[in-house]
Write a protein that binds this ligand. Structure first.
Ligand code: FAD
Ligand code: FES
Length: 261
């Protein structure tokens, strides 16, 4: 883990409130796993806490990485106004990412993403494809106008979309796409998911017994590296609530059936 002033190479709007930012710096050489995140300082004196954002693409050759973020509050609003050439104070890469060692060339992986949980699945899918793994993407958004990266996912493998309002792909949530796929008899060798809590719950339940199924959790964070306990989640079966896991350094990726979603 390193701290560095990374330079913004480019920033563009992908959809209303959704931005893609490319950052350059030596820290990229430390980035390996999809699902890891960077902790970015907001360049504003009244915002002390860093903002965690997932890596959407790692490109070691150009020393750059891409993040995709949605403007939620004051911090991300400030990021969205920054321009190429500006710098950001970045800590990272942080967290345990997705384990791709569990699948081999020729096997099938199910890559499930929902809304602003979709970005890390792009780097994951790139890495899986590079290994020769067949990827099937199931991606859900609220509606057609907030969708992004459709072509990029399609270029990596079979992709099915759903929207909550039916404006693109299947009408409904990603859980229905999962059911459709399983009904066709497809048995994925690994399952990876990131998205809203409802999506994670569905994946956690449907693949509770799967040996290689993973979900990426979100939690409010402060330190981002395991020191403050701001980001704990509870362990399944722990009635006392005494054992907890920290999303920032023991996650954000956990095996299904392990933590309370
Ligand atoms: C591991 C991880 C990866 C993430 N990856 C992405 C991503 O790739 N793209 C993206 O758009 N968003 C991502 N998020 C959510 C993102 O961190 C929040 O949307 C962002 O911090 C909001 O900051 P703000 O100042 O705009 O909002 P405010 O509401 O003003 O934030 C106030 C505080 O709450 C924290 N916070 C607010 N919402 C969240 C949240 N949902 N999760 C965690 N902390 C939050 C902020 O870090 C900050 O400390 C990720 C969160 C986590 C935990
Ligand atoms: S944010 Fe401090 S321990 Fe996770």
């Amino acid at each position: 883990m390193l701290q560095e002033k990374m330079t913004i190479v480019s920033q563009k709007s992908l959809a209303p409130r959704i931005f893609e930012m490319k950052l350059q710096g030596d820290l990229v050489q430390e980035m390996n796993k999809a699902g890891q995140f960077i902790h970015i300082k907001v360049p504003s004196e009244d915002k002390v806490l860093r903002r965690p954002i997932s890596l959407a693409k790692i490109d070691k050759k150009t020393n750059s990485c891409t993040i995709i973020y949605r403007v939620e509050g004051g911090g991300t609003a400030i990021f969205s106004k920054m321009k190429a050439g500006d710098t950001l104070d970045v800590l990272g890469p942080l967290g345990n990412g997705f384990d791709t060692s569990v699948v081999e060339s020729g096997q099938t992986a199910l890559v499930i993403g929902g809304g602003i949980g979709t970005p890390p699945m792009y780097e994951l899918s790139r890495q899986l494809k590079e290994k020769g793994v067949q990827v099937i993407h199931l991606i859900g958004f609220a509606s057609r106008d907030v969708m992004f990266y459709q072509d990029k996912f399609l270029s990596l493998g079979e992709t099915h979309f759903s929207t909550d309002d039916g404006s693109f792909g299947l009408h409904g949530h990603v859980g229905l796409l999962i059911d459709d796929l399983l009904a066709k008899g497809i048995k994925p060798d690994a399952v990876y998911a990131c998205g809203a809590n409802g999506l994670l719950k569905a994946v956690d339940e449907k693949f509770a017994q799967h040996p290689n199924a993973y979900i990426s959790m979100e939690a409010r964070m402060a330190c981002g590296m395991g020191a403050c306990y701001a980001c704990v989640v509870h362990v399944v079966g722990d009635e006392t609530g005494a054992s907890s896991l920290k999303v920032c350094d023991q996650g954000p990726v956990f095996e299904t059936g392990r933590v309370v979603v």
